[in-house]
Design a protein around this ligand. Structure first.
Ligand SMILES: [Zn+2]
Length: 351
């Protein structure tokens, strides 16, 4: 009886295998590598007007950043650039445009997650709505800024214990000029360590010149990954990753990763916004220094869902990475960092 079942099962497998070959032969098959799971550590659930009235343009990549013009407030130059990037870079003739409609952004984002088999660590004002639409693919992070919307510690404890959120992040304190070691932030880190909640902290690029646009507290020196050092020693069991990998401070990042083996990074916006040569140079330094098993894919798609696939393709096109190293960045490292079980990992590979 059992052998009958097995042989029937084998017949079915043979059938699907042959059918697969036929479908591929006539061009209907999907490339299998496109179905290998991806973990996006840096996804957002944002309303269409999060960065002001859209649509807003984004050059992929941006080859030229805005420059302060004499006698004109930089904010004006920046706002004009968002609406017409050719005012800064005449070669940017085909930017992508954000949608002004929050639902359109959500539907597009979720469509890409489904098609590319992506699980997204997601944060932003609409995260619960994204989760309701696709609980299988959305893991909820709490977007957090100590200066703007920091909830009391007790609320945070209740939310995490109840399972309302699984990640503390993205922490955007850098936009308010707050360093990771700020004493007022410490109780939140202590709670994350106690509850074993992963923390994603923005250390790296915001929009260029953003201190003159809408975040007067933003400072370039807060890109520096070494600013995390005392915090890591104080909370040695913290599960923490640096969003945007502290770009461009590669030497300090390597020093931090060397001295503190618990620190991971996500690639975030550098994976699509920077000129690809610069992104690859930065990524290559981390990998060739021997830290390829602590780099995680993150898209930071914000209000431009198309950037997710551009970011993936910029990793896939890196000729200095082996296939295994690409899989580590796109899935394996994050699966380890998030402590997915064997069953969960097998599940992701069978979706
Ligand atoms: Zn982000």
């Amino acid at each position: 009886m059992k052998s009958d079942i097995i042989s029937e099962d084998q017949h079915m497998k043979t059938f699907f295998f042959l059918a697969g070959i036929l479908w591929c032969h006539i061009g209907w098959c999907q490339d299998d590598t496109n179905r290998l799971p991806i973990i996006d550590m840096h996804l957002h659930a944002l309303p269409g007007n999060f960065f002001g009235p859209g649509p807003l343009a984004f050059c992929l990549p941006t080859n030229q950043w805005p420059t302060k013009e004499h006698g004109i407030p930089y904010r004006q130059t920046f706002k004009r650039w968002e609406k017409d990037p050719t005012t800064v870079d005449s070669t940017c003739l085909n930017p992508i445009w954000s949608s002004t409609d929050s639902d359109t952004i959500m539907v597009k984002t979720l469509e890409i997650l489904e098609r590319r088999n992506i699980i997204g660590i997601t944060s932003g004002p609409l995260v619960h709505r994204y989760f309701e639409m696709n609980p299988q693919r959305i893991i909820k992070g709490l977007m957090f800024n100590l200066a703007f919307n920091a909830p009391p510690i007790d609320s945070l404890r209740r939310w995490f214990v109840k399972g309302d959120y699984q990640i503390l992040g993205e922490v955007t304190n850098q936009y308010s000029g707050i360093a990771p070691g700020d004493p007022d932030f410490e109780p939140y880190l202590a709670l994350a360590e106690e509850l074993e909640i992963p923390v994603g902290i923005h250390m790296g690029p915001g929009p260029p010149g953003v201190a003159y646009v809408n975040s007067p507290g933003y400072r370039g020196r807060l890109h520096d990954p070494l600013l995390l050092e005392e915090t890591l020693l104080k909370y040695p069991d913290l599960r923490i990753y640096i969003c945007h990998a502290g770009w461009p401070m590669i030497d300090n990042l390597l020093a931090l990763m060397w001295a503190h083996p618990q620190v991971y990074v996500d690639l975030g916006i550098i994976s699509y916004a920077l000129p690809v040569k610069e992104f690859h140079r930065f990524l290559r330094r981390i990998v060739e220094a021997g830290f390829g098993n602590r780099i995680m894919f993150g898209s930071d798609q914000m209000v431009w869902p198309e950037t997710i696939e551009v970011a993936i393709s910029n990793i896939e096109s890196a000729d200095f990475l082996t296939q295994d190293q690409k899989r580590d960045i796109l899935y394996n490292n994050a699966a380890r960092f998030l402590q997915f079980s064997r069953e969960e990992i097998e599940g992701h590979h069978s979706w």
